[in-house]
Design a protein. Structure first.
Lengths: 349, 343, 317
């Protein structure tokens, strides 16, 4: 009997694992296809073999100045930045959603992105900054907002309920700040701020990707350790307490990781909306209960970002849309889809 | 025993009635203050003579009559609409966090107005009102449906999240439109913040019928809201048609919020805070909460507008900013309370 | 000055590059940087303002990046853009692949001394300067001076300024200036006020911040200087509440015409007519900041001359 049970459990575990592996490989394959498309498509026509040749030109030394510029200085940095920022947003989103136990509770809804935005708009309009200093300002804004929300939500501990609602209150207040700054500035400054607010990969520089890559390398091991503490947390605060997990420490650590990921990604590409919002729920649906889905959410985030950027660049022949416009439309569609699907099954997540 | 209960009830009603009178007096005082406050120093007696004996050749009289009077009137109308709309929403959804801005209704209205300006080139306020209604209605339906998903139904946190998500999406679309059209950006950026500045008498006249209808609907629904507050089962047992009651209250809220947004732009937190303060004074019972909200909200809004007018000379801080800075801390304090009063 | 730079550049390139071609091109831009190319650049990408300066002088860029949809870009109004690729239609956005596909030899923008930036936004400049060197004239204190700078630049790029159509525009402009001066002289005591009308407030311009207003001042027009300008943050406007719309009185009001809606906003304000000139209908358009060529300037001046001729100069003491 026990042997039978054990083998059944092992079988279930194996089948879950193989499902998770299938999902992961499926996502990787989709990412690869999208990445190839990103390298090949563009207004500057480059044949596939030339792209390949150009990619290896640092090794082979066969240079072709114009093509190398497009492939190595334009398309490759943009691709890498899309992948990294998408993965960072996706991870940040699913951490928040898991901690706060609500699929709608992502950093772009509960005030973190608003803090980054208000700070960036302040830097652009009031301080007259541009470029990298705006990114630093946005990063500081995101972190400060997160700290403020956490402190305000603290009352003998922090509950998901208070974090979400206080985050929403902070978001509304920060939006008011942005609107006010807009009325105090000259139109071209407002336009500059607006361009930043929508979020775009158009100005992707290799330096952005390097900073983000270093961040990921530093943060991911911490995340790996912290995720082990999650099993207790998901049972709910009371149960987790009873189990003796260091609830607050784990939660605080995970929140720090999530805030850092969101802040760095936002600093690099602007508050590209809804990538964090949609990645977690999509990953979980794909996994169908076969695991927590963190790595998969990162992959989904990267995929959403990359495909959105492809659409943004090539959907309209005459204009390039900012990436954030496409992800915004995607977010709206997703919310409606969630509505329809959950309406049928009666579940939100 | 019987008699003393009746007596107590009567004296409570008398006290609350007196409170209403006091509020009305306070509102009149704030209205006068609003008429007397502005970038230009105009003595109170001159304000009074402008109202009683208008002289078209006097610059001061023209300013009182053409700028301050319409602005004050719009402030009263919008405040009244937001206060009632918030109270009705909180009653109909039995949700202490319901508010036209938290539920995404304001941003729905804003999106439709922006679409109207950019895509159809609409600049007349008469059309803003209709666009704002449609937007407000659509947003409310979607938000409420999303929040109602799942077993527990539309809990406060789910409503707030659905509203915030809706707001974020609306904002993404609005930003996309504004980014590609500096002209629309320039038109809309002053409207988007929520302001009473530069509102003409036409605006007051155009939205007042809608606000009158909405207010009448809201006040009539007091009994229905009281029924709903006992819980759906009790209300049903008492013979109330739940769905119809909610729809009626929702209609009133959408008309009021839509009209307010059309006149002054999206103004946050007035509809949230005022009904709570009203409830703290009157106790449960929408027969009193609604009229109290209706009088207190314009006091808050006009007060905030007066603060905004004098706080940062020579410019002004728009009323939407001031209410956000008054309302958001209130909201946070409300959330930090151990147990939200169940409605 | 230009000759000297040319000589220095020639000496420089001669010293460094043994086989320096006689055709080599060099230009010192508004930021003081000198750009030197092996040959006269043929394929140019221009910012909307630079395009507005160069196209009427016969230099046609292959691509233009604008701050807004081209239809709304005041500076490009009336110019023939046929065959020119538009590579950006929003502030801070430019399609880098389209730009690279155009294989430009040179990017021409405008240098804003006050902020020490090139026009078009940092991102655009950072992106475009990777494909070709960037240069351009300085946004200075006189539109006439800027147009003359564009003439020098265009000539170095091979423009024939003596071509009849181009010379004719210049003559027409000179006539317009003479008419403008005569009109101003015939109305002694006439004052003007340049404003932007917003829904929130009236913004009164300090002529020191607008090159075309400085030009008009030099031609004799008396423009009222607001007292309360907060000059920090490159601000050249005083914010005046609509309640105080009568703070500055003048005989002629010039309304910023970058957007058509500004005039409508002004006229819709109940206290707009607290200004005597507005009451008397003595209101004209202010071609604010966007003039870059003789033809557009002449058109704007002709309108202003008519407004001055029709104005009663004694509305205000």
């Amino acid at each position: 009997m026990t042997i039978v049970q054990a083998t059944t459990i092992a079988a279930v575990r194996r089948s879950r694992q193989s499902h998770a592996t299938r999902v992961t490989f499926g996502l990787l394959a989709a990412l690869l296809a999208a990445a190839i498309a990103a390298m090949l498509l563009g207004d500057f026509a480059v044949p596939p073999e030339t792209v390949l040749q150009s990619l290896f030109s640092p090794l082979t030394g066969i240079a072709n100045k114009g093509v190398d510029f497009i492939v190595l200085q334009v398309r490759l940095p943009r691709l890498v930045l899309a992948l990294l920022s998408g993965a960072a947003f996706g991870l940040s989103g699913i951490i928040f959603q898991t901690l706060l136990r609500n699929p709608l509770a992502s950093p772009d809804i509960i005030g973190i992105a608003h803090g980054a935005s208000a700070a960036a708009v302040f830097c652009i309009i009031v301080l007259g900054w541009g470029g990298l200093s705006v990114s630093l300002g946005a990063f500081a804004g995101a972190v400060l907002t997160a700290i403020a929300i956490y402190l305000l939500a603290w009352r003998n501990g922090v509950t998901a309920y208070r974090v979400v609602l206080i985050g929403i209150g902070a978001a509304a207040m920060l939006s008011a700040v942005i609107s006010y700054l807009f009325t105090r500035a000259r139109l071209n400054e407002v336009q500059q701020a607006m361009a930043w607010l929508v979020g775009s990969l158009n100005a992707a520089q290799p330096a952005d990707s390097i900073v983000l890559a270093i961040t990921m390398v530093v943060i991911l091991p911490a995340l790996f350790v912290l995720v082990r503490g999650l099993d207790g947390l998901e049972l709910g605060d009371d149960t987790a307490h009873a189990l003796g997990t260091h609830v607050e420490h784990t939660r605080l650590g995970l929140m720090l990781v999530a805030v850092a990921l969101a802040a760095f990604a936002t600093a690099a590409v602007g508050p590209v909306g809804f990538v964090a919002f949609v990645s977690g729920p999509i990953a979980r649906r794909l996994m169908g209960g076969a695991g927590r889905g963190f790595p998969q959410a990162a992959l989904v985030g990267a995929l959403v970002m990359l495909v959105s950027d492809l659409v943004a660049q090539h959907a309209l022949p005459s204009t390039q849309l900012p990436t954030g416009v496409v992800t915004g439309a995607f977010g709206a569609t997703f919310l409606l889809w969630l509505l329809v699907v959950s309406g049928r099954s009666g579940r939100v997540n | 025993m019987e008699a003393s209960v009746v007596e107590a009830r009567a004296s409570r009603a008398a006290a609350l009635g007196l409170g209403l009178l006091l509020l009305a007096a306070a509102l009149i005082a704030v209205i006068l203050l609003s008429m007397a406050t502005g970038a230009r120093a105009i003595p109170v007696d001159m304000v009074w003579s402008a109202l009683t004996a208008f002289d078209p050749n006097s610059t001061e009289h023209r300013i009182v009559w053409d700028l301050r009077l319409p602005r004050t009137l719009v402030g009263v109308l919008v405040g009244l609409a937001l206060g009632l709309s918030g109270a009705v929403l909180q009653g109909a959804t039995r949700n202490p966090l319901a508010d036209p801005s938290i539920l995404g209704i304001n941003s729905g209205a804003a999106l439709f107005v922006v679409l109207g300006v950019s895509v159809f080139g609409i600049t007349q306020l008469g059309f803003y009102v209709w666009l704002a209604f449609i937007g407000a209605g659509v947003a409310m339906l979607v938000v409420y449906s999303v929040a109602s998903l799942g077993r527990e139904g539309a809990t406060p946190i789910k409503l707030a999240l659905a509203g915030a998500a809706m707001t974020a999406i609306m904002l993404a679309v609005i930003n996309a439109i504004l980014l590609t059209s500096p002209r629309t950006l320039d038109e809309v950026r002053f409207w988007q913040v929520g302001s009473l500045a530069g509102r003409s008498m036409d605006i007051a006249l155009q939205v007042s019928p809608f606000i009158a209808i909405g207010a009448a609907l809201a006040l009539m629904s007091a009994r229905l809201l009281d029924g709903l507050s006992m819980g759906d089962d009790v209300a049903r047992a008492l013979g109330q048609r739940i769905g119809l009651s909610r729809a009626l209250a929702g209609l009133a809220a959408v008309i009021l919020a839509g009209a307010a947004v059309a006149a002054a732009g999206p103004i946050a937190f007035v509809g949230l805070t005022i009904p709570h303060v009203a409830r703290a004074i009157t106790g449960p019972g929408y027969r009193w909460i609604l009229p109290y909200s209706m009088l207190m909200a314009p006091i808050l809004l006009l007060g905030a507008d007066i603060i905004g007018r004098v706080i940062a000379p020579p410019g002004e801080v728009q009323v939407g900013i001031v209410t956000a800075f008054i309302g958001a801390p209130f909201f946070i304090a409300l959330v930090r309370r151990r147990k939200l009063a169940a409605l | 000055m230009v000759l000297r730079t040319l000589a220095i550049a020639a000496a420089f390139s001669g010293a460094v590059v043994a086989a320096a071609q006689a055709e080599s091109w060099t230009y010192t831009d508004g930021s003081g940087q000198t750009v030197t190319l092996d040959a006269v650049p043929q394929r140019i990408i221009a910012s909307q303002d630079a395009a507005a300066g160069l196209i009427p002088l016969g230099i046609r860029p292959v691509g233009i990046y604008a701050d807004s949809p081209v239809a709304e870009a005041k500076a490009l109004e009336g110019l023939d853009l046929a065959g020119i690729e538009i590579i950006g239609q929003a502030w801070g956005e430019v399609d880098i692949e389209k730009a690279a596909a155009l294989e430009p030899d040179l990017i021409i923008a405008e240098w804003w001394n006050r902020n020490a930036v090139w026009s078009g936004g940092e991102n655009v400049v950072a992106t475009l300067s990777q494909i070709a060197p960037i240069t351009g004239v300085s946004a200075g204190d006189s539109i006439v001076g800027m147009i003359e700078d564009y003439e020098v630049l265009a000539q170095s790029l091979g423009a024939d300024l003596a071509a009849p159509a181009i010379a004719q525009n210049k003559t027409a402009f000179e006539t317009a200036v003479a008419d403008f001066k005569a009109a101003v002289a015939s109305k002694p005591g006439l004052t003007a006020l340049a404003v932007y009308a917003g829904d929130d407030a009236l913004y009164v311009a300090d002529p020191a911040g607008a090159a075309e207003l400085l030009d008009m001042q030099s031609w004799g027009l008396d423009i009222v200087k607001p007292q309360g300008v907060d000059a920090t943050g490159n601000n050249y406007f005083e914010t005046v509440s609509w309640e105080n719309a009568d703070r500055y009185q003048a005989d002629l009001i010039l309304v910023d015409n970058r957007a058509e809606s500004t005039m409508a906003t002004a006229l819709a304000q109940p206290t707009w007519t607290l200004m005597k000139a507005a009451e008397a209908g003595q209101v004209a358009e202010w071609p604010a900041f966007w003039l870059r060529n003789y033809k557009a300037y002449a058109g704007a001046l002709t309108d202003l001359t008519a407004a001055i001729n029709a104005a009663d100069p004694d509305l205000t003491p």
